[in-house]
Ligand binder design. Structure first.
Ligand code: F7E
Length: 675
């Protein structure tokens, strides 16, 4: 991916600061850089830390380890308190030459691992260098002068610590002081729309710097040695857009800040946790979740980063013709509904953060098939203003945007709460405040009924069945008491209740589907959620499957086209059904246990699967089958696909999209896969 040879594209690196002892962080960084195809790393070397016991061993290890994998750009900074005019790291040193001495030591010890040295960091930022102690900057100039002279003597190239803010007057002064004599590259830092509010664009800044250099007849490289965008407002698209912009500049080199978000427990250079923006510059979150830009780099590399035409965001929408708004529209259910509405000639806006792995393929498919009829809004449901803007011209809203897995809700309850409950609340408010107040249809879940442990179950060889014959014949009705289990149950259940109440309290037109398990084409099932597709994908790709519980748990599965029918009917009958909740699933005619589905898959695949068993999951239901009669009576809806037919369609789609050929299987009416 490196583009050192292309004269018109900067070399791209990453910037990551390590604290002494963060061995694992370093190893993780190396792995990530490999993953992203990035071979340049800028990192800080603290002069102050050097005198702390154990630090020398740390840097011995750090340079040797990083040196094996990446081109290091070490940035040498921070005055040891004992050597400063005052006892702080931003102070000028008492003896200005001591910085050059430190550099000499560093180059002697570690010089084999780098070609360039960076002299200080953000000198015109008072937090990094207290220039109030150096009125005409003579101390700084002298310090850099000696260090750069010595670094050059030792065969290294020199980068002047990046200006932040970019200040041509300051650079002019440095040039006048003669500080640039032994400098090979000028660094600039920029954080467009995060810290740099008045942002005129990279080229304007570069032009100003080059003008100064020209004035003094100096030929220097120009490096953007630090640039980043904080996703503190969940705006991952903007992070991607800023990255695209900076790698398109005329700079010679660019270092992106950073790989990983700063953990909330850490102070920033400015001190304690005060400014939220400081914590979200990473390509990954602190829990390791990959942000949009990381995923795009990982999957397509830098060379393709400009080519993701489906990633579009519109901060302000023109008043144009109305559209159906589908939040979470690139997901499984959203894509199927969108395709139906688009085929019928409607305009559709897909609002999606592309959080779930693989869903960008759904979006690309819709875009290719329906072109301009599709309006794309890549945004997070937590971006309140974009959400309000998107609701403005919606003729109806289908709200599918969600954290979908019980497992994830247990490990990350905050995300689950913010996306499922806060996100739904913000959407309701956006609708309430809008002029048209479009109707809202929502996918809730069977998890709002809890673990259903009071229902007596009997097992046979392959499944549980209820002792109560009425439950067996009809399933679970909407009159079942609510009993939220797991953070997921609470967040979806809370959203479900808010939506019903906004109909009651404010007269909005809303309806809620409490869904059982849906399956079908465009589903990217994982171990955490979407088990039918997950099992089938595992069979196709020869992956082992873990069954949580004994595999006899039963669900009524519903083919996605039947669910889409239900949405179309719900929309048509919204005046009649507003304020109501409906259990939606395959119903008593389409029940299966996990073991039974696995048997069906084995039959279709014509081969054995690698299956193991683990403990039950928290709050799991042994049996859940929807009583769908309330919705059937209200709208005339009925599911049309049997399990066998639906599974066949899912299988065909998976084979087609994964390039797996199928041939006639003598052992079943379906096909067998040739892998
Ligand atoms: C209604 C519900 O539907 C969807 O979630 P789902 O995961 O498709 O379904 P589920 O949780 O109701 O059922 C899966 C059953 O299968 C068991 N099970 C065993 N072993 C694996 C396993 O390896 N993977 C999975 N996914 N499940 C497994 C798991 O313990 C459970 O008993 C989402 O829309 C969700 O948002 C939602 O609301």
């Amino acid at each position: 991916m490196q583009n050192e040879n292309k004269s018109n594209t900067p070399v791209i690196g990453i910037l990551e600061w390590f604290r002494p002892g963060e061995y694992q962080e370093v190893e993780n960084t190396i792995k990530d850089l490999k993953n992203l195809g990035i071979t340049h790393l800028r990192t800080g070397v603290s002069w102050a830390d050097w005198y702390v016991e154990g630090t020398e061993e740390w840097y011995d290890w750090l340079f040797a380890e990083l040196g094996k994998h990446v081109e290091i750009l070490p940035c040498f900074l921070y005055t040891p308190p004992s050597l400063g005019e005052t006892a702080k790291t931003s102070s000028p040193p008492k003896y200005l030459k001591s910085y050059a001495d430190f550099l000499d030591l560093m180059i002697n010890k570690y010089g084999e691992y780098f070609d360039w040295v960076e002299l200080w960091n953000e000198p015109n930022n008072k937090v990094e260098y207290d220039f109030t102690m150096d009125y005409s900057w003579h101390k700084f100039s002298k310090m850099i002068d000696m260090a750069s002279y010595w670094a050059k003597e030792k065969g290294k190239k020199t980068l002047l610590g990046g200006m932040s803010p970019i200040d041509p007057n300051w650079l002019h002064m440095m040039a006048e002081n003669g500080t640039l004599e032994n400098i090979d590259a000028i660094g600039i830092h920029g954080f467009p729309h995060v810290f740099d509010q008045q942002w005129e664009g990279w080229e304007e800044n570069i032009k100003q710097v080059k003008r100064v250099l020209k004035r003094f007849d100096l030929e220097k490289e120009l490096w953007i040695s630090e640039v980043g965008f904080s996703t503190w407002q969940n705006d991952e698209v903007k992070q991607y857009e800023e990255f695209k912009k900076v790698i398109n500049t005329s700079a010679d080199r660019v270092y992106w800040y950073s790989l990983k978000d700063l953990h909330a427990k850490n102070p920033t250079v400015g001190g304690f946790h005060l400014d939220e923006r400081e914590y979200f510059f990473g390509l990954k979150k602190t829990d390791g979740t990959k942000k949009l830009l990381y995923k795009l780099l990982e999957n397509g590399g830098i060379e393709n980063i400009q080519n993701h035409s489906y990633i579009r965001k519109q901060y302000v929408l023109k008043d144009e013709e109305q559209y159906s708004l589908i939040t979470g529209g690139a997901g499984f259910v959203g894509t199927n509904l969108a395709a139906r509405l688009l085929s019928a000639g409607k305009k559709v806006m897909i609002y999606d953060s592309l959080f779930r792995e693989g869903v960008e393929k759904n979006l690309q498919w819709l875009q290719e098939k329906y072109g301009d009829q599709l309006i794309i809004q890549i945004a997070d449901i937590r971006e309140k203003r974009i959400l309000e803007e998107s609701v403005r011209n919606a003729s109806e809203v289908y709200h599918f945007s969600s954290q979908v897995a019980v497992t994830t809700s247990l490990t990350n309850p905050l995300l689950d709460f913010q996306v499922n409950l806060q996100g739904t609340f913000d959407l309701l408010e956006a609708i309430r405040k809008s002029e048209h107040q479009p109707p809202l249809l929502f996918t809730s879940t069977n998890k709002v009924y809890g673990d259903l442990n009071d229902l007596e179950m009997k097992p046979n060889e392959t499944r549980y069945y209820p002792s109560d014959k009425t439950i067996e014949e009809n399933g679970i009705g909407e009159d079942r008491a609510l009993d939220f289990h797991s953070p997921y149950g609470c967040s979806k259940g809370g959203a479900d209740q808010y939506i019903l109440d906004y109909s009651r309290s404010y007269g909005l037109k809303t309806a809620v589907f409490r869904m059982s398990c849906i399956y079908g084409p465009h589903q990217f099932g994982t171990e955490d959620q979407g088990w039918v597709a997950h099992f089938l994908i595992s069979a196709l790709e020869d992956h082992p499957v873990v069954i949580y519980g004994n595999g006899k748990q039963v669900r009524d599965i519903l083919f996605v086209e039947d669910l889409v029918d239900a949405f179309v009917l719900a929309r048509k009958n919204i005046d009649k059904i507003s304020g109501e909740v409906y259990n939606i699933g395959g119903g008593p005619k389409n029940t299966v246990s996990l073991i039974e589905i696995l048997n069906l898959i084995k039959e279709k695949a014509g081969k054995e699967m690698d299956i193991s068993f683990e403990d039950w999951r928290t709050g799991d239901q042994l049996y859940y089958v929807s009583d769908t009669s309330k919705f059937q009576q209200a709208t005339g809806w009925t599911p049309k696909h049997s399990v066998e037919e639906g599974m066949e369609e899912l299988l065909q789609w998976l084979c087609k999209t994964r390039n797996i050929q199928i041939k006639d299987n003598p052992r079943s009416s379906a096909k067998a896969m040739v892998l």
